[in-house]
Design a protein around this ligand. Structure first.
Ligand SMILES: CC(C)(COP(=O)(O)OP(=O)(O)OC[C@H]1O[C@@H](n2cnc3c(N)ncnc32)[C@H](O)[C@@H]1O)[C@@H](O)C(=O)NCCC(=O)NCCS
Ligand SMILES: Nc1ncnc2c1ncn2[C@@H]1O[C@H](COP(=O)(O)OP(=O)(O)OP(=O)(O)O)[C@@H](O)[C@H]1O
Length: 206
């Protein structure tokens, strides 16, 4: 089983590509989803309350992700410091979940899939790319990414603040060993995923 990391900018289509791999039989590790699960963990909530206070919690005791996002993605020095504190709490727990999923997928009694796809925006920054055998970069023009993010309700300022908290796009591109261009429709994206699946997953030369 190959562990394949997906790299790309915000709203570049990483999860979409991961979904196309899933349709072909891959297992997908969704780090954003794992991050959300971690925020529901009681020990995590305690640590977050100590640092950020009760203002980032909803009345039902769960973390309010919008309010927490506003605190850590402000784009200023204080926000950067807060984001580093949040990552110190959540990243080790996300990493534990990623490793657990890889282990359980590898040892699945009904057989491991050809690939496990790591859909994690912070793969390189968090040091999780070491787990990957291959890295695929999704190359999506900035205006398209901005448009897709706007459909999620993100302003350009919010988009840029999150992007600034990630590794530079060029650094991710250089680290990758395959590039998928996402500048067309979903059918064109699917065709590239199919080619990669056939050439690099099912019949790899390396
Ligand atoms: C700040 C939080 C509560 C905001 O939640 P929200 O639902 O708005 O965003 P979500 O988690 O779905 O992430 C959406 C996108 O935001 C970007 N993003 C998320 N966390 C970070 C981060 N630490 N640094 C830079 N960008 C980030 C990524 O591109 C991600 O795909 C949440 O993102 C969080 O807890 N982040 C810290 C944990 C983490 O690093 N998760 C990402 C793992 S790859
Ligand atoms: N080629 C495309 N045509 C139409 N819509 C697309 C295309 N590529 C991506 N999208 C849409 O753009 C949005 C963002 O894609 P997606 O969530 O896969 O990005 P992401 O890189 O995983 O985002 P994040 O940075 O939050 O992790 C989604 O709504 C997706 O359907």
């Amino acid at each position: 089983m190959k562990v394949i990391g997906i790299l790309g900018g915000i709203a570049s289509g990483k999860s979409t590509v991961a979904g196309l791999f899933r349709q072909r039989g891959a297992v997908v590790a969704d780090a954003d989803q794992m991050g959300h699960e971690v925020l529901r963990d009681e020990a995590t909530k305690r640590e977050i309350r100590e640092i950020f206070g009760s203002e980032v919690f909803q009345d039902n005791g769960e973390v309010d992700r919008r309010r927490l996002a506003a605190k850590v993605f402000g784009g200023d020095d204080l926000s950067h410091k807060r984001l580093a504190e949040l990552e110190k709490i959540t990243h080790p727990r996300i990493k534990t979940r990623l490793h657990a999923l890889i282990r359980s997928t590898q040892s699945d009694p009904s057989g491991a899939p050809p690939a496990l796809i790591m859909d994690a925006a912070l793969l390189v920054k968090a040091g999780w790319s070491d787990i990957c055998d291959n890295l695929v970069f999704i190359d999506t023009p900035y205006p398209e990414r901005l448009k897709y993010a706007a459909q999620r309700g993100w302003s350009e300022a919010e988009f840029n603040a999150r992007e600034a908290a990630q590794e530079k796009l060029e650094d991710k591109r250089v680290l990758s060993d395959y590039i998928i261009r996402n500048d067309g429709d979903l059918e064109q994206l699917d065709a590239q995923v199919e080619q990669y699946w056939r050439d690099c997953v099912l019949s790899p030369t390396t």
